[in-house]
Design a protein around this ligand. Structure first.
Ligand code: HEC
Length: 188
């Protein structure tokens, strides 16, 4: 069953990562804001590269997979948290001021995606020459994405180290979307 648009591509679209929005010129003056926006763009490029390799839209290269997974891992977790200090939130940045009031929630999201990206990077470190079946979404999981977009009980409890790489990517993309929907506002 091949649909026109892959699940990962759909998640990227949901996360607003496929649309080329102009960057925030108004925030260019704050180096902290500029640096984290650049870092976010690097993450988007890395996630897109991996998604396209799994979707067959880009040639799979173990080295490129590893580099992209490492880029995600390096920019999530504690690194992501330190990119959002108080005093750099709110307009003209797209970071919502609520980040400061909801630090535990924001940091939990950053750590959650960091753990997933770390697991992905560990797998990518031993990436085989070709994408193997064991790297693909498990047979027990729906491939149409339908129920993946809804509540997925036990997902948080599952051990990332035992998940296929493609599944990790999808969970990572969900975290991008979760954080953006809560803590990012579009500056028009
Ligand atoms: C814990 C929260 C959080 C997570 C997780 C997160 N982001 Fe973001 N992201 C933000 C916030 C907040 C902004 C707005 C930053 C600003 O404008 O100062 C942002 C902005 C962006 C931007 C726009 C950058 C620009 O040039 O203005 C892109 C692209 C992006 N994120 C991609 C991603 C991708 C891809 C992922 C997942 C791999 C991800 N983000 C995960 C919080 C998050």
């Amino acid at each position: 069953m091949k649909s026109g648009i892959g699940y990962a591509a759909m998640m990227l679209a949901l996360a607003g990562l496929l649309s080329a929005t102009p960057s925030q010129t108004a925030a260019a003056g704050d180096p902290v804001v500029a640096a984290r926006q650049a870092s976010m763009k690097e993450m988007a490029a890395a996630a897109k590269a991996i998604a396209e390799m799994f979707d067959g839209k880009r040639a799979y290269e173990p080295a490129a997979f590893k580099a992209a997974a490492n880029a995600l891992s390096a920019r999530t977790g504690p690194a992501l948290i330190t990119e959002f200090p108080a005093g750099t939130l709110g307009a003209p940045s797209s970071a919502k001021p609520e980040i400061d009031q909801k630090r535990p929630e924001f940091e939990a999201l950053a750590r959650h995606i960091g753990a997933l990206a770390g697991a992905l990077a560990a797998k990518a470190g031993n990436a085989p020459a070709a994408i193997g079946d064991d790297m693909r979404m498990g047979a027990g999981l729906p491939m149409d994405g339908g129920s993946l977009l809804g509540k997925r009980p036990n997902a948080a409890e599952a051990n990332p180290a035992t998940m296929p790489a493609e599944h990790l990517l999808h969970l990572i993309l969900q975290d991008c979307s979760s954080c953006h929907s809560k803590f990012r506002q579009r500056q028009e």
